[in-house]
Design a binder for this molecule. Sequence first.
Ligand SMILES: *Cc1c(COP(=O)(O)O)cnc(C)c1O
Length: 403
Amino acid sequence: MHQHANIKKAIQLSNSFWDITTQAGMANIVTRNLGDGRHEAVANGKRFVNMSSYSYLGLDSHPDILQAAADAVLNTGSLNTSISRIRVQFDILQQAEDALAELVDAETLTVPSCAAAAAAALPLLASGALTEDVPPLMVFDKNAHFCLNMMKPICADEAEIHTIRHNDLNALEDLCKTHARVAYVADGVYSTGGMAPVPELLALQDKYGLFLFFDEAHGLSTLGRHGRGLVLETMGGINERTLIVTSLNKGFGASGGAIFLGPRHDAERRKLATRFGGPVTWSQRINTAGLGAIIQSAAIHRSEELPRLQQRLQDNIRLFDQHVASDNSGEPLPIRFVSIGSEENTIFYAKSLLEDGFYTSPIFFPVIAKGRAGLRIMIRANMSTQEIERFAACLNQLRAAHE
Ligand SMILES: *Cc1c(COP(=O)(O)O)cnc(C)c1O
């Protein structure tokens, strides 16, 4: 027991984090949407800017995407087919997957979430179906997202599982030398900041045939041509020893998740995933509103608007870094961690900032090490200069008064 999962321990460790956060009024905030990352709390009518939204390009507020979502439901006349997609599917599902496939030039399946994509794809990898019918040694990065890690016990029933330190290329290469087939499971861009060493991993793939499995929930849309993400931008294009899962609910501004299975028109892989990919095959797909949103967002990703939004995001990141010292200053990724130290101070900062009109996510043990608490901030393309400057002034004033 507890070789690969220990939810009981996680509950024991983490419950107090959520108790403290909830008591401080920094959780379960119910709001009315004011658009562009602004909210009004239902409880007290207080307005605030969300400084911890995953919608990096602001596409969740894009009027064309919202219109396309509404039109898709009404034009299809249904939210979903209540039957497995392998038997009967609406044409809009195929259109959405074609639009995504064309965008990233990879064979693409959609699923209701990135977590469902991981639940579909990791057991297939463990079975050996993607590696010449021989189960690979599956090597997980220690910091891989929870939705990847939670599949370890299931994968362990078919493949050997190994966990290595974060970005530990030497440990990975040692395992490549001693095992004929190795698959590495990691995030492209990590939700806590930082990224995978993609060029070095590709070199290991070249040398040893390493299979690469990436979670690009944060890389998609924010980085690369047509927003294809960190991994595909670095690779130049997907290959048959790489599989990517991602969320379509963050930067992409739509709904659901996707699996980039490998090179386009790989009918065999597609067949495998639609027949044996667990949640891919059941009754829930992205509903027609989400599919309409995906088609419209994909069109925006192919247009001139995308590089403009990516540029605005980079401009805002630079503006933020000019005014706020953080652990990630200078990185092109939109995630910033502002170290504060103690839990008490972190909660106090977050509460004060909310009173000033800015929601930030307080993060402390066990999400990160004890005594290293702080605020996780995500920058968006649709933050105004004034919002960023006013936020920085409020935060810096707090810092000056308390450090
Ligand atoms: C948010 C997140 C997910 C989960 O995405 P869903 O679409 O909500 O399932 C997976 N991986 C990473 C790295 C994330 O940050």
